[in-house]
Ligand binder design. Structure first.
Ligand code: HEC
Length: 108
């Protein structure tokens, strides 16, 4: 019973992450998360390809959380990656991190 509840929480987390990603991230990172959003052509620094497993797996959850909450500059990346801490709760950001892991490891 407990196991099932954990699975359910995880699944709804991912759903939240997917919805938030569509709403806030795809214009730069692309509908498929591959870095080719409609804004990407106008940017000096290319948005990270979130489907690139090798790069993404080199980041800890903490790194990804910090990048989203505090923006690119918090993880020595471009300021073109905005900070979302004023718009999204920590739980919402955690759900986005879970979703990023699915984007980069779709077979899991
Ligand atoms: C205005 C365009 C823009 C939007 C919107 C945006 N990003 Fe980014 N993001 C970028 C750029 C550009 C980079 C690459 C920064 C670099 O490589 O220096 C980046 C990098 C990142 C990284 C760091 C990846 C790494 O290499 O460690 C994460 C994580 C990330 N974005 C997640 C998100 C999430 C989640 C959202 C939605 C809440 C989002 N981004 C919305 C432009 C954007």
């Amino acid at each position: 019973m407990t196991g099932m509840m954990v699975v359910n929480v995880h699944a709804s987390d991912l759903k939240t992450g997917a919805v938030l990603y569509k709403a806030y991230c795809t214009q730069c990172h692309g509908l498929e998360g591959d870095g080719y959003g409609v804004n990407a052509g106008y940017m000096d620094v290319q948005p990270r390809d979130h489907t690139e497993a090798k790069e993404m797996n080199a980041r800890s959850d903490e790194d990804l959380f910090k990048a989203v909450k505090f923006g690119g500059s918090a993880v020595n990346k471009s300021v073109l990656m905005p900070s979302w801490g004023n718009n999204l709760s920590d739980d919402e950001i955690r759900s986005l991190v879970s979703y990023l892991r699915v984007l980069s490891n779709p077979e899991k």
